[in-house]
Design a binder for this molecule. Structure first.
Ligand SMILES: Cc1ncc(COP(=O)(O)O)c(C=O)c1O
Length: 426
């Protein structure tokens, strides 16, 4: 734990850094057409990036180019357009593997997003490996996408769920009893970064402890992919899930990294075209992984655009993005802490690029509604973490979440609007 004076020193240093030396130049905003608009008569300040990011022109162009020039179905064609579509789709798989340092493209399964990726693991690996009396270990800070699929699996199989506790408002995982919590566990599924608290979990260390006990490991990287470098081999996880739309890509495309050895023994997720090698009236032989898990016509344009998004993000630089986002969140947190009657959730030091809070006298929904009238977009609610909010004793929080195109001036504007609203309502 840090002392108060250490925290004050950090706050001061952070405020100076973010005001004087942004990690990413403001000109990057010119690549995002949606940012250059007015909302309700004010310049848009988009601080809802944990829900979804805005899209750069390179991604919009990739979608248009695909549909204007290359559109065809993949894999089964012998004509030029089908070959181009296949090259775009499979090229994206290679690019994703490189982005997260997977051993090969065969480790990458395309899905609709993080939610589908996690459901796929629960429905396939879970169905084959989890039985009555088994335990699945999660944390109290999981998004519903990393909770409900395991609840469904537990109900189907008679397995039980166990949770690593969250310490309280500072939003850390209490790992003091991790060894005991891992006892008899079949699978651990954990978020890398909390979308409600901004906590960055040490998933590498937690996965290492789990794997040393033979526990399978799943990482929900919805909030970390595109925000910090990811290396699945260094993390040592068996599965890792993320969504394209949170890292400058389009909606409807996501990724599941699944270690190849595990894919071999997993039953298919859905049946249909593309996932088979031979079919007769009563049975089928399945295609090799990862195609075995991709039934039907895939989101080819989405994969091509995800490829463009990953290229774009790598050009900006993941280390620079991590520093920039965290700097803005800290800059916001320091200013928020000046408000009377505010409760800020998540760690003081080492948070990622978001900050959640409640104000004693102002309902979060009223604040968000009035902020929107001033062109400031933030999110209010339980952020799909209802059990965590119940534990914290608040039905909802207000959340400002940042990405590399946000600026310290936008944080200032957000704070100015909050001051106005608290004066009006407080
Ligand atoms: C931590 C976390 N996990 C999972 C999800 C679900 O992502 P998607 O809706 O893109 O499937 C989200 C979305 O906000 C999230 O923040």
């Amino acid at each position: 734990m840090c002392t108060d004076s250490q925290v004050r020193g950090w706050n001061k240093a952070m405020t100076t850094i973010i005001q004087t030396k942004p990690a990413i130049p403001e000109t990057v905003r010119e690549d995002f057409p949606a940012l250059a608009q007015e909302v309700n008569g004010h310049p848009l300040v988009y601080l809802d990036n944990a829900a979804t990011s805005q899209k750069p022109r390179a991604v919009l162009t990739a979608i248009q180019k695909y549909y204007e020039h290359d559109n065809a179905n993949v894999h089964r064609g012998i004509h030029e357009l089908s070959n181009r579509a296949t090259a775009a789709y499979e090229g994206a798989r290679v690019r994703v593997a490189e982005f997260i340092n997977a051993p090969g493209r065969e480790d990458i399964i395309f899905t609709r997003g993080t939610t589908e990726s996690l459901n796929l693991v629960a429905a396939t690996w879970g169905a084959a490996n989890v039985a009555e009396g088994d335990t699945i270990l999660l944390t109290e800070m999981e998004h519903h996408s990393n909770l409900v699929p395991w609840q469904i699996l537990a109900q189907r199989t008679g397995a039980q769920l166990r949770f690593i506790p969250v310490t309280g408002d500072e939003g850390m995982l209490d790992l003091t009893t991790l060894e005991a919590l891992l006892e008899g566990v079949k699978l651990l599924s954990i978020t890398h970064v909390s979308n409600a608290l901004g906590t960055v979990n040490d998933v590498g260390e937690i996965c290492a402890q789990a794997r040393s006990r033979g526990v399978a490991t799943v990482v929900d990287a919805a909030q970390s992919a595109g925000h910090m470098p990811l290396d699945v081999q260094a993390l040592g996880c068996d599965f890792l899930a993320f969504s394209g739309h949170k890292l400058c890509g389009p909606t409807g495309i996501g990724v599941l990294f699944a270690r190849r050895e595990l894919q071999e023994s997993m039953p298919p997720y859905q049946g249909g075209g593309e996932m088979i090698s031979k079919v007769d009236f009563h049975s089928s032989e399945y295609h090799v992984p990862p195609h075995k898990f991709e039934a039907g016509t895939p989101n080819i344009a989405g994969a091509a655009a995800l490829h463009a998004a990953l290229d774009y993000i790598d050009e900006v630089g993941l280390e620079a993005i991590r520093t920039h986002d965290a700097g803005l969140a800290d800059y916001a947190r320091v200013q928020l802490s000046e408000f009377d009657g505010i409760r800020i959730f998540g760690p003081t030091v080492g948070r990622c690029g978001l900050v959640s809070f409640v104000l004693e006298d102002v309902h979060a929904l009223d604040f968000a509604t009035l902020a929107d009238q001033q062109g400031v977009a933030i999110r209010v609610g339980h952020h799909c973490t209802q059990p965590l909010h119940a534990k914290l004793g608040v039905p909802s929080t207000a959340r400002a979440s940042f990405y590399f195109y946000n600026t310290s001036a936008e944080v200032d504007r957000f704070i100015e609007v909050l001051q106005k609203v608290t004066k009006m309502l407080g």
